[in-house]
Design a protein around this ligand. Sequence first.
Ligand code: CP
Ligand code: NVA
Length: 313
Amino acid sequence: MNPEQLKGRSLLTWKDYSAEEIRYLLDLSKEVKKQKKQGELHQRFIGKTLALIFEKRSTRTRCAFETAFGEEGGHPVFLSTQDIQLGAKESVEDTARVLGRMFDAIEFRGFKQETVEKLAAYSGVPVYNGLTDVFHPTQAIADIMTLEEAFGTSRGKKLCFVGDGRNNVARSLMVICSKLGVNFTVVTPHALEPDRSLVEQCHMYAAESGSSIEITDNTDAVSGADAIYTDVWVSMGEESQRESRIQLLRPYQVNQALMNKTGKKEAIFLHCLPAVKGEEVSPDVIDGNQSRAWDQAENRKHTVKAIMLATIK
Ligand code: CP
Ligand code: NVA
């Protein structure tokens, strides 16, 4: 793969990237992590600017982008919806045109996938999806990196997402796993299954990579899993559905009994965070020795650094 083909590219969903391109970004992520651990200083974003737009709250995504860009000499600018005329007094298209004249890249976190798509279409600079209602691609690459650090490889491993199967994290994992040859199982009540069209598309990626996708409401399906992954039962923006979600998902809590159902002592636990301990995961599991949630959080930074290095011209 020629790294030049990534220059100027946006990351809106992993659907737009080939397995080879994702592989390249994962390898680069590991390289920049090693450089950081060895105390090597680089200034690869010197003279560059990055706009960080947030319609929703964030700890990891904001800090990952801001520190990864800043420590390489770049100038990140944080813009919440309190500060910027995005869609309120100015159209998304016009905002994108203006930001594209001032920034070398844009990160967006918010509600609609359409907004991040418009920013990419009208700004003329790389735009990174830092989470929408539909996808969370910068999370998914950090998750695969963490899986690979634990097992040396991700190909052929079994990753089970247990919880709200139609949320942004589950959907992004389904795309990246099926592209990379990771066997992906979603354990979720029927009412929360991911949409058929995405599942069908991912079945095509999986056929090409030689992996499988399984959607089930039966927690026995975690048998043989190398990693169990969960996320909050109520995503940002869905707070009004809290009571019904809890009713639906209570049988799907990741606790030690569920971890044991994998039949593998070496199985790891993953969570994108923030977590509601006692709901989707029991405190002993997330804070226990099978948990890799804190590595995942750290890897957010190394992976977004790699993505920006590869795509900013
Ligand atoms: N995992 C994640 O995206 O965390 P934040 O919401 O804190 O950015
Ligand atoms: N599904 C969660 C992920 C948070 C990182 C949400 O959208 O709130």
